[in-house]
Design a protein around this ligand. Structure first.
Ligand code: SF4
Length: 372
């Protein structure tokens, strides 16, 4: 059976980094003129040598995105079910060592949050929890999905990595897609940032998309937490992971996200800062590398950046987000996982999209058709 770990172990972090930073203007020009772009082309497009070509990359990225997705933007809202967590993650407000009030939504509270999110017009919900298997294990998640699924066309989740049979149990309950970010592909730094709890198992996390692919999930979301390590190298490994998964699980769809470290209570400073210009470069590079992949941008980014990003290759956005359990109506004052930057409502985002000539898409029509 295929396994990404085997492929990943053929690469060294330092050699990969050197090969990205050695790329020249000639490599970038070749990558731009190639009709199909390889992983070597992707390295050129994320290299410092590509920065003077940003205008051209943005134009190409915009055209490719229009051809595949048209003037549309999928909108979704996160719903935090719990902030209980047995892991220590150095960058997260819900980390076990952060002394905050813990909260897990009960059925009545879930219903109230569902009502609030529906009232904003959303049909796509992203369920988020920490990792606390005693209280927020597979049974809790399955139960929550069954209660929430009738109200939404599309249910995604971003929770702890699970075994293949757990995913096989959750998919028939209504689970459509799973986001599982590797955080960083730098194994030693991964261990530094995840010193305690199940999440400290680098390889179990690395193989999660394989387990999801084998379970037959509709869509897998990949990404790293930008700021933990050199974003160029982490992005190369994300692209490698994407190419591997598309080859082995070709019936599954994929999305990529670009979370940059945001402030939170007791927060970590980014080791490697990424400028707005570099984030634009990365978004365009992914689009030039892969025309099919969904590119998603959260409310971590500012209003101005998000307004401009819609014409760069982004195809999906969260809006009106709350990053705390019960944040919409049950307990709005509880601690957020990270601070939101774009605080506009779903109506404001819809209007901004309309003014830019884009249509807000609330429903994943593929799933609606599948469920008929
Ligand atoms: S990132 Fe996830 S696993 Fe880590 S502390 Fe936060 S909620 Fe827990």
């Amino acid at each position: 059976m295929p396994n990404f770990k085997d492929l990943f172990e053929e690469y060294s972090w330092s050699a990969t980094k050197a090969s990205i930073y050695e790329k020249t203007a000639g490599d970038v020009e070749r990558a731009l003129s190639n009709p199909e772009r390889s992983l070597e082309d992707f390295k050129a497009l994320i290299s410092p040598a590509a920065l003077p070509y940003l205008e051209q990359m943005a134009q190409l990225s915009h055209e490719l995105t229009l051809q595949r997705f048209g003037h549309t933007m999928q909108l979704f809202a996160p719903m935090y079910l719990s902030n209980e967590c047995q892991n220590i993650c150095t960058y997260c407000g819900f980390s076990l060592d952060n002394k905050i009030k813990r909260k897990t939504l009960n059925d009545i509270e879930i219903a109230r949050e569902v009502q609030a999110i529906k009232a904003m017009g959303f049909e796509h919900i992203l369920l988020v929890t920490g990792e606390a298997n005693q209280t927020v294990g597979v049974d809790y998640i399955a139960h929550a999905i069954k209660r929430i699924r009738p109200h939404f066309a599309n249910v995604s989740m971003e929770v702890q990595p699970l075994d293949q049979e757990d995913y096989e149990h959750l998919i028939p309950a209504g689970l459509h897609s799973v986001l599982v970010y590797q955080e960083t592909y730098h194994e030693a730094d991964y261990k530094k940032h995840h010193p305690k709890g199940k999440k400290s198992n680098f390889h179990y996390r690395l193989d999660t998309p394989d387990r999801l692919g084998k379970a037959g999930i509709h869509k897998i979301g990949l990404g790293t937490l930008i700021g933990l390590e050199d974003w160029r190298v982490d992005s190369f490994f994300t692209a490698l992971h994407l190419a591997y998964l598309e080859h082995n699980y070709w019936q599954t769809k994929y999305s990529i996200s670009f979370p940059r470290l945001r402030p939170f209570s007791g927060g970590l400073e980014p080791k490697v800062a990424m400028s707005d210009k570099e984030l634009v470069q990365l978004i365009c590079a992914y689009r030039l590398f892969n025309q099919e992949v969904e590119l998603s941008l959260s409310t971590r980014e500012t209003n101005t950046f998000r307004n401009h990003a819609i014409k760069l290759g982004i195809t999906s956005m969260s809006a009106g987000s709350k990053t705390n359990p019960g944040g919409y109506t049950v307990e709005p004052q509880s601690l957020e996982q990270f601070e939101i930057s774009d605080e506009r409502s779903s109506d404001d985002i819809k209007q901004m999209l309309n003014e830019s000539g884009y249509e807000a898409v609330w429903k994943d029509w593929d799933l609606a058709l599948e469920c008929q």
